[in-house]
Design a protein. Structure first.
Length: 300
């Protein structure tokens, strides 16, 4: 009997030690504070540790990647609903024709869960029923729902990618919002996600461990070592279309967008690189810009 109690106690100590090593409360606070976000609650921290264990995130590097994506998606854990949809519910977005009347599957949770199919699959995997389809606000209105859906998405679409364990952060962005940010016009947002990860990497002192250095590749094109192959600009104005939906200016100042003339964009300091076989110039940024969190800084 005493031997069994000893074994059980030893196992519990090992589990608690593992959680402590994965992330401390002070580190969790710093990952938000030093990225210009508000200090989180202890409940958020405890939920992260518990679900990280449940979803088998076993390294500080992968947890750092996960937190970077969550912070960007939720504006530092401040929002669990897609901001552009809070008032209108975006009734014309994310529609497949299979939705019940009055049900809208816009982004919810700490990683924006969208589309009916994702709500259904997440619900079945987490609960064995369709409660999230019947009541999608369960994803956004509780800490458990917001975190569990985020960890589910990560486990389903990100965790198993071999590039992740090698430090290729761009692959995580490709899995979460690739069509818009990696292949589409919002590459600056993908870069900002990477900047957040780089800061968390430093906060957790991952360079002193066996974790690979942060790598941007896997999302947008690269030119040279550490230089994104696009102009890093940020939109400084937006307009509202007839449907009442916000539209942000293209992040590339040189892109042709009739709604976003060049004067509506603002570029960071940049360096010109010559392409090898032509006289054409390509402008890329070679240093990490300071992130300024404005109205455009959330997922579209």
């Amino acid at each position: 009997m005493h031997y069994s109690i000893f074994i059980l106690t030893f196992v519990l100590i090992l589990k608690l030690t593992r959680c402590k090593e994965l992330l401390s409360w002070n580190e969790f606070q710093d990952t938000l504070r030093l990225n210009q976000y508000p200090i989180p609650t202890k409940e958020k921290f405890e939920t992260v540790l518990r679900l990280a264990k449940d979803f088998e995130i076993n390294t500080r590097q992968e947890l750092a990647m996960f937190l970077a994506q969550v912070y960007w998606e939720s504006v530092g854990l401040q929002h669990t609903k897609e901001i552009a949809c809070v008032k209108t519910q975006c009734p014309n977005n994310y529609r497949t024709g299979k939705e019940e009347k009055g049900k809208y599957y816009y982004g919810r949770g700490y990683i924006q869960l969208t589309w009916l199919e994702n709500y259904a699959n997440c619900s079945l995997d987490l609960y064995g029923d369709l409660r999230l389809v019947e009541n999608p606000d369960l994803v956004s209105d509780t800490e458990e729902g917001a975190w569990a859906s985020a960890f589910w998405y990560w486990d389903k679409y990100v965790h198993g990618r071999p590039e992740i364990q090698d430090g290729h952060f761009g692959h995580t962005t490709m899995a979460i919002n690739g069509p818009l940010e990696c292949k589409g016009p919002y590459k600056i947002k993908a870069f900002k996600r990477y900047v957040i990860y780089s800061k968390i990497y430093d906060i957790l002192k991952l360079s002193k461990s066996s974790a690979p250095k942060p790598k941007q590749d896997g999302c947008y094109p690269m030119v040279g070592e550490g230089a994104p192959g696009f102009v890093l600009c940020k939109p400084i104005k937006f307009y509202t279309n007839q449907a009442g939906m916000y539209h942000w200016c293209n992040d590339n100042c040189n892109a042709e967008d009739p709604n976003c003339p060049e004067e509506m964009c603002e570029c960071e300091e940049r360096t010109v690189h010559s392409e090898s076989s032509t006289s054409k110039k390509m402008t890329t940024i070679t240093t990490s810009p300071t992130i300024e969190y404005e109205d455009d800084d959330y997922r579209i």
